[in-house]
Design a protein around this ligand. Structure first.
Ligand SMILES: CC(C)(COP(=O)(O)OP(=O)(O)OC[C@H]1O[C@@H](n2cnc3c(N)ncnc32)[C@H](O)[C@@H]1OP(=O)(O)O)[C@@H](O)C(=O)NCCC(=O)NCCS
Length: 175
């Protein structure tokens, strides 16, 4: 079983994260500058997962605005999918939301992105609407997904169950 650790992203991680971003989204990815700018955004938090050789396998970003958090990006290197890495990053981000008294978490996702939609539904995100022609590269619609209040028992109990279900990798958390 591989061992991984979850860290806050630093400037030194951006080259590697950008490399993964280019692999995942060859035609419509964030610029390297966007990632650098995000590290200076006081509302933003970025986390990544590294293996024992300090290679970055995945990353996530969230903005926290008053009582709401917005997932801005999430990517897992194609060679390391289905290892619960996306779940681990969501768990770390939700922990951060609890620390900061966030109540709701939202995101936009391409309506064709079944993998991601399944992932978010597992965490009890519901689709509450659509943004028509949201994505500039192909005019695809975005689904707007929202959690219920994350302090409600249904969300919390599901969250605890998912946390206990991380078994495919051995994970440690920084901080
Ligand atoms: C979506 C993505 C982040 C999932 O990462 P991952 O680490 O492989 O996902 P996990 O192993 O944590 O899987 C969690 C859940 O996601 C869903 N899922 C993940 N991959 C899936 C697939 N290929 N088919 C169907 N469901 C899938 C499942 O519900 C899965 O739970 P299960 O294994 O109990 O069935 C990854 O495929 C990715 O980086 N995709 C490209 C970028 C992207 O779409 N980002 C999200 C933008 S909103």
């Amino acid at each position: 079983m591989i061992k991984v650790k979850v860290n806050a992203v630093t400037v030194d991680d951006i080259d590697e994260i950008y490399h993964i971003e280019e692999i995942i989204h060859p035609n419509h990815h964030w610029s390297k500058n966007s990632f650098y700018n995000e590290l200076n955004n006081k509302l933003a938090k970025y986390f990544c997962i590294k293996n024992e050789e300090n290679k970055i396998l995945s990353f996530i970003g969230i903005w926290q605005i008053f009582e709401e958090a917005h997932i801005t990006t999430l990517g897992v290197h194609p060679d390391f999918r289905r290892l619960q890495l996306a779940q681990i990053l969501l768990i770390r981000s939700i922990e951060e939301c609890y620390k900061n008294m966030i109540k709701y978490i939202t995101l936009e996702v391409r309506e064709s992105n079944i993998e991601a939609i399944n992932l978010y539904e597992k965490f009890l995100f519901d689709t509450i609407g659509t943004r028509k022609n949201y994505y500039q590269d192909n005019g695809e619609n975005a689904l707007i997904m929202f959690t219920q209040n994350i302090w409600y028992d249904t969300f919390k109990n599901n969250f605890i169950k998912l946390k206990e279900g991380i078994k495919k990798v051995e994970v440690s958390y920084d901080e």
